[in-house]
Write a protein of this length. Structure first.
Length: 145
């Protein structure tokens, strides 16, 4: 009787382990495709956020140039300041930046013109519009080779 009881117990334990293994396999069959899709969407989201960040920077710069051409120097100064702040932030983020290492190296010199442009805009100098336009062209050439 003892052997029969041990045999049944062993059989139940094996069946229980087999059922747990089957449940685990069913779970993995459902989980893995969902996880892969999640990784794909996460990658797409990161790329969209990167492009959005770069587009916002360019829009700030273009807006500053247009406002300066219209003679609205204070609005242009605020937009230009926003561009330079965003650019500096991206350059300082390193590997987390929306910019590649090559873009970081090529955009670094643009910051050197910041003080001159902001000062000219604060004074209402018409030369600031030309400098902002040149900066726009330089930025676009560097970002869209």
């Amino acid at each position: 009787m003892s052997e029969n009881w041990q045999s049944r117990t062993t059989h139940r334990i094996r069946r229980f382990i087999l059922n747990i293994a089957q449940l685990l396999l069913v779970f993995l069959f459902g989980f893995v495709p969902t996880w892969l899709k999640s990784r794909e969407w996460s990658s797409r989201l990161a790329e969209a956020e990167r492009l959005l960040s770069l587009t916002r920077m360019e829009n700030s710069l273009v807006s500053a140039a247009l406002d300066a051409w219209r003679g609205d120097y204070e609005t242009a100064r605020l937009a230009a300041s926003g561009f330079f702040t965003s650019l500096r932030t991206e350059l300082n983020r390193g590997v987390d930046s929306a910019l590649s290492q090559e873009e970081i190296a090529s955009l670094q010199p643009l910051l050197a013109r910041r003080d001159e442009i902001i000062t000219l805009l604060a004074r209402g100098d018409t030369a600031s519009a030309d400098l902002l336009s040149d900066l726009c062209v330089s930025y676009r050439q560097l970002m869209n080779p």
